[in-house]
Design a protein around this ligand. Structure first.
Ligand code: SAM
Length: 299
C-alpha cells in the first residue's frame, strides 16, 4: 500500500512566465538592486556548496560566485530550464527539480543555503526549515528573505479600517492563496525551532511605492535603501536574515554523492539517465541535464 501524500500544497510555477511577467521591463529594477545589496552584505567570502532553494530562473545566481558549486532547486522544471539556458551546463551548477518539503539530499552536504522570495509560498514553514537544517553542516549559513506582514503600508491600512488582518498578530496572513506574509517574531521563533541562530536581520525595500519608483531613478532609491538597511527599522515589506545552523549534525561536505530518495532517504544508484533506489527500485529521471525529483517515473 502506498503512503498517502501528506505534503502541504505547492505554489506551482510550472510553465509560468515569472521572468518576463514579473521582472523584465516591469519596473522592478529597484527591488532587484536592493536585494542584491542585502545579499552581498550577508554572503561569505568563500564557500564549498550552496543550495539556492526556489532558485526560479536563476535571477540571483550570479551573486553566488564565491561558492565552488551551486545547486539550484526549484519545483518548476521550466524555471530550471530557463536558468540552465542562462548559466549553462558546467559542473559548477547542478539543477534539481524538487519540493522544499522533501529535499532529495543527504544530510550535511551544503555549507550555505539561500531562500529569497520563496518562503512566502510555503504553507508549512516548520517542515521546510527543518529540511534546510538537515542538509546544512553545523555552523552552515542560511540567508532567508521573507515578506513582512508588519510593514508600514499594512499598519496604515489596518489603522484606517482598509484591511481586516492585524499586522501585529504573530500568525502568518495568507492574503492570496499560497501567498503568506510573516511577522518578524514568528519567523524568528520558527528559525530557532528548526535549529538556527539568527545573527543578523535587515529591513529591505523601504521605497516599494509606485509614486516614488516612477519618479526617481532606481539606483538612487537603491543607494538610499542600502543605507537604511542598517537602521534596524523592521517595518519594510521584505526582511533579510542571516542564520547559523546550531547543534551537532552530519558533515558530508566532501562527498560527491549528494542525492538520496526524497522522503525516505534511501540510497540511490545511477543507471543511465535515472537514479534508482537500492531499496524500493523507484526511479527518478535526469532530463535535459536536470535531476527531476518531482515524482518517480514509474508512478
Ligand atoms: C517568486 S519565485 C522566486 C525565484 C527566485 N528566488 C527569485 O528571487 O527570483 C518563487 C519560486 O519558488 C518556487 N517554489 C515554490 N514552492 C516551492 C516548493 N515547495 N519547493 C520548491 N520550490 C518552490 C517556485 O517554483 C518559484 O520558482
Amino acid at each position: 500500500m502506498t503512503k498517502p501524500d501528506i505534503r502541504p500544497p505547492i505554489c506551482d510555477y510550472e510553465g509560468s512566465n515569472y521572468r518576463t511577467e514579473f521582472w523584465e521591463g516591469k519596473g522592478r529594477d529597484y527591488e532587484d538592486q536592493v536585494e542584491r545589496i542585502a545579499l552581498r552584505r550577508m554572503l561569505p567570502k568563500n564557500g564549498r556548496r550552496l543550495l539556492e532553494l526556489g532558485a526560479g530562473f536563476g535571477r540571483l545566481t550570479n551573486e553566488y560566485h564565491m561558492y565552488e558549486q551551486v545547486v539550484l532547486v526549484d519545483y518548476s522544471f521550466s524555471q530550471l530550464q530557463y536558468a540552465q539556458e542562462k548559466l549553462g551546463r558546467s559542473g559548477r551548477y547542478i539543477y534539481v527539480a524538487a519540493d522544499a518539503y522533501q529535499l532529495p539530499f543527504r544530510a550535511g552536504v551544503f555549507d550555505g543555503v539561500t531562500i529569497i522570495r520563496v518562503i512566502h509560498h510555503i504553507a508549512d514553514v516548520n517542515v521546510a526549515l527543518r529540511q534546510v537544517r538537515r542538509v546544512l553542516v553545523p555552523d552552515g549559513k542560511l540567508i532567508l528573505e521573507y515578506a513582512n506582514k508588519r510593514n508600514l503600508k499594512a499598519m496604515y491600512r489596518y489603522s484606517r479600517g482598509l484591511q481586516t488582518w492585524d499586522p501585529n498578530d504573530l500568525q502568518p496572513v495568507e492574503f492570496v492563496e499560497l501567498n503568506f506574509d510573516f511577522h518578524p517574531v514568528y519567523m524568528q521563533q520558527r528559525l530557532a525551532g528548526a535549529g538556527f541562530n539568527t545573527e543578523r536581520s535587515m529591513p529591505v525595500s523601504f521605497f516599494r511605492v509606485g509614486a516614488l519608483k516612477n519618479h526617481l531613478p532606481a539606483t538612487l532609491l537603491a543607494g538610499l535603501d542600502g543605507i537604511l538597511q542598517h537602521s534596524g527599522f523592521h517595518y519594510t515589506p521584505s526582511i533579510f536574515t542571516l542564520n547559523t545552523a546550531t547543534g551537532a549534525s552530519p558533515n558530508n561536505l566532501e562527498t560527491d554523492s549528494l542525492f538520496v530518495a526524497p522522503g525516505s532517504g534511501d540510497e540511490l544508484v545511477k543507471e543511465g539517465d535515472t537514479l534508482v533506489s537500492t531499496r524500493t527500485n523507484q526511479r527518478w529521471a535526469i532530463r535535459d541535464g536536470i535531476y527531476d525529483f518531482k515524482a518517480p517515473i514509474d508512478e
